[in-house]
Design a protein around this ligand. Structure first.
Ligand code: AMP
Length: 145
């Protein structure tokens, strides 16, 4: 899908927001939802999405919705750094398939990066559910403190 087109309310992130599909939820309020990526590029790879906006990408979102999205992204980045102590943390966002986008509901990637592990854009393997559950528990606890 290119940059241009209509928002598909059946995309997987819209289903997650409506509770029709599961996720490893980390944080939720009226504006945003944060959850673990199922195909993590590194342990703790998380996504933050706007809940109210039917925006496929950064170009389409109401600017007023960006504040809550970026605040939640920063908070999650801090928590990931505190809990997992990576060497770096990457915040990424893709617009349109040629730019690497595969799910067409705006989302921010927050990816702990560890020295020597390389910088993948898309991971090939689905995460082990037990590992995701353990990470979820650690991060939810840290977010609540
Ligand atoms: P992008 O390439 O920027 O569109 O990234 C989409 C991301 O969503 C990828 O990192 C996928 O691994 C991730 N993803 C796709 N489906 C799910 C899902 N059901 N739960 C969590 N993450 C997902």
């Amino acid at each position: 899908m290119s940059l241009y087109g209509d928002y598909d309310p059946q995309n997987i992130f819209a289903q997650i927001i409506r509770g029709e599909a599961p996720c490893y939820k980390l944080y939720e309020d009226d504006e945003v939802l944060a959850f673990l990526d199922l195909f993590p590029q590194s342990p703790g790879h998380s996504l933050v999405i706007p809940k109210r906006a039917a925006a496929r990408n950064l170009l389409e979102i109401d600017p007023d919705s960006l504040g809550p999205l970026m605040r939640a992204t920063q908070r999650l980045a801090k928590v990931l750094v505190e809990e997992l102590q990576p060497d770096g943390v990457q915040v990424a966002q893709f617009n349109g398939a040629p730019a690497g986008q595969t799910v067409f509901h705006l989302h921010m990637h927050v990816i702990p990066r560890f020295a020597g592990q390389g910088l993948g854009i898309h991971a090939a393997n689905k995460a082990d559910p037990a590992e995701l559950e353990a990470l979820q528990a650690r991060l939810v606890k840290r977010l609540a403190s």
